[in-house]
Design a protein around this ligand. Structure first.
Ligand code: GRG
Length: 300
């Protein structure tokens, strides 16, 4: 990647991050609407932090199909709202019991546990409210397909199911296929949905959806391998969340299974595989290749 391409991508990424921040800001109820406490906790959970990887993927896939930008805004918000909900619930004492997220106290610490539970519930509902709104109603069949994609990605055969396996796996060493089965669901399903939903922002499917999906699956798994490496090797200050938590919680990870060096090799292989899938797409998948670079080479 040349320096100018990289600067260009940085600029694009900042632009999309601001764009989704503004869209979320206007979608989330303000604290001057009752119940004020819940609304301000929802805003705390969803605004002002995070890399926004899922919205970036949706915007990039939307650009690839020349999709309707207003529709991609909705999709980008929906996937980020589901992600924000999952982080709030995951951090609660009944799950990972974390006190720090995105460099700030977690929602149950800043507010309380009951509020955190309701924040997650309400963010999830808001995601589906967004997808079922007027902005996407020009094609009811496609809109229904979008709702189904997000529901499957978030549900028991997707993220929530992956989280259940994660909780059951504490203290056990999983095999590599078992670890992959868990992460394809827990982390990968929503990443895959982000790409699919972005690509559905155009009326007619003009690209090879199978190649796009292969990219999304590999990028989603790679995201988790890198997350495991960062948890083992980075600091709490850099990550904005507690580093070394997987090992202290006795969780099976790619690092505990393969060791750091082989987990790094696996991430490099998945990066190459993701880039190969993009070769079959117009303009080499355009921004998706840059996002893959960001996912695989990030340091937080
Ligand atoms: C509670 C149903 C339910 C699911 C939780 C996604 C998840 C499942 C838990 C999050 C815990 C975790 C550390 C998962 C590993 C990968 C991951 C999703 C990391 C956090 O996502 P980032 O790095 O976070 O995109 P930011 O803050 O940048 O948005």
């Amino acid at each position: 990647m040349t320096v100018s391409t990289s600067n260009h991508f940085q600029h694009w990424m900042l632009e999309q991050q601001s764009r989704v921040e503004a869209a979320l800001d206007s979608m989330l109820p303000t604290a001057d609407h009752a119940p004020a406490g819940l609304h301000s906790a929802m805003r705390y959970a969803a605004l002002g932090g995070g890399k926004r990887v899922r919205p970036l993927l949706a915007y990039a896939a939307g650009e690839l199909v020349s999709g309707d930008l207003k529709q991609v805004d909705v999709v980008a918000c929906a996937v980020e709202l589901i992600h924000a909900y999952s982080l709030v619930h995951d951090d609660m004492p009944c799950m990972d019991d974390d006190r720090l997220r995105r460099g700030r106290p977690t929602v149950h610490v800043e507010f309380d546990e009951a509020t955190a539970l309701l924040v997650g519930d309400a963010l999830q509902s808001l995601a589906f409210q967004a997808l079922s709104g007027r902005e996407l109603a020009d094609d009811p069949g496609r809109q229904l397909q979008m709702v189904e994609i997000l529901a499957c990605a978030a549900g028991s055969r997707g993220m929530a199911g992956g989280q259940a396996i994660d909780l059951e796996s504490v203290g056990r060493q999983l095999s590599e296929p078992e670890l992959e089965f868990m992460h394809v669901r827990k982390t990968g399903a929503l990443i895959r949905a982000s790409v699919q939903l972005g690509a559905l922002s155009a009326q007619t499917g003009s690209i090879d959806m199978d190649a796009l999906d292969r990219f999304a699956k590999v990028a989603g798994l790679g995201f988790q391998v890198v997350d495991d490496l960062l948890d083992a090797e980075s600091s709490t200050a850099t990550l904005g969340k507690t580093a070394g938590k997987d090992a202290s919680d006795n969780k099976p990870t790619y690092v505990s299974l393969l060791g750091v060096a082989r987990a790094r090799d696996l991430a490099a292989e998945l990066h190459q595989e993701a880039l190969r899938s993009l070769e079959q797409l117009p303009h080499g998948g355009a921004r998706l290749g840059d996002i893959a670079g960001f996912i695989f080479h990030r340091d937080f």
